[in-house]
Design a protein around this ligand. Structure first.
Ligand code: FPP
Length: 246
């Protein structure tokens, strides 16, 4: 039995969904079918997070670096995303889930981009959970884009150099308005951050599992949450200081 303290859930979970290709290889099928099975795991995790009361779920669905994959695979991933949006919008509505995105959405195929915008708009008022898809996303790219916009705003007299601090910088990131992730899960036995939420993960608890993403179940999610709950988050303070605060 996996023991979870339902009063101490992470507010924001971020996931690097890795291992679709290896899962396909293990099953002697094409990579695209691995991604297809991965999209099913997405459905399970979204549903579970909503059921248990996670407020923000960020999924790394497509990195900026993923554009370099074979064109056929990129196309298939776009198709899967499109299919997901078509099939799940109703469910997102029903469950009160708001869809948001981070990344260079303008680089996506216009049809996928349009569908994303429609879904974002139609779910904008939902307030039970935020499903945040990282698409054409890169952490370093996000930081550079923030810096560029700060410089522009500085030139226009909107922000003074002395006003640039961690809080104002946050406002220029794609994730503005969202809390930083409390827990990062990465599947498939890789121990890397892979250019994901570099700024936002300064104090995130990291959890790695050997499970390949298409095999990731509700129980695997619970194991990650249980592991998170055993950790003491000190944010640079001592245990004694934390006791005083709490
Ligand atoms: C990494 O596995 C996974 C991806 C690059 C894509 C993730 C996409 C999905 C799970 C499906 C579509 C998403 C949505 C939101 C419907 P990999 O291909 O790098 O695996 P490997 O390292 O084993 O080759």
């Amino acid at each position: 039995m996996i023991k979870i303290d339902w009063n101490k859930l992470p507010r924001h979970i971020a996931i690097i969904m890795d291992g679709n290709g290896r899962w396909a290889k293990q099953h002697a099928i094409g990579r695209v079918r691995g991604h297809k099975k991965g999209a099913q795991a997405v459905r399970t995790v979204v549903k579970t997070c909503r059921e248990i009361g996670i407020k923000y779920l960020t999924l790394y669905a497509f990195s900026i670096e993923n554009w370099e994959r074979p064109a056929k695979e990129v196309e298939a991933l776009m198709f899967l995303l499109d299919e997901y949006l078509t099939k799940e919008t109703k469910e997102l509505q029903k469950q009160g889930i708001r869809l948001t995105t981070i990344g260079e959405i303008d680089r996506l195929h216009p049809l996928v981009k349009d569908k994303l915008l429609q879904t974002k708009e139609s779910t904008a008022k939902n307030d039970q959970m935020v499903l945040n898809l990282a698409l054409s996303y890169g952490g370093k790219d996000e930081i550079i884009s923030a810096v560029k916009r700060i410089v522009q705003d500085n030139k226009r007299g909107i922000i003074d150099i002395s006003d640039i601090n961690k809080e104002t910088f946050d406002r220029y990131l794609y994730t503005y308005g969202m809390p930083d992730p409390d827990l990062l899960i990465r599947t498939s036995g890789e121990y890397r951050i892979s250019n994901f939420l570099l700024w936002q993960m300064a104090y995130t608890e990291l959890y790695f599992t050997n499970v390949l993403w298409p095999d990731f179940t509700k129980d695997d999610l619970f194991k990650a949450i249980a592991s998170y709950q055993k950790r003491e988050r000190r944010f640079g303070l001592t245990s004694e200081q934390l006791e005083e605060i709490n």
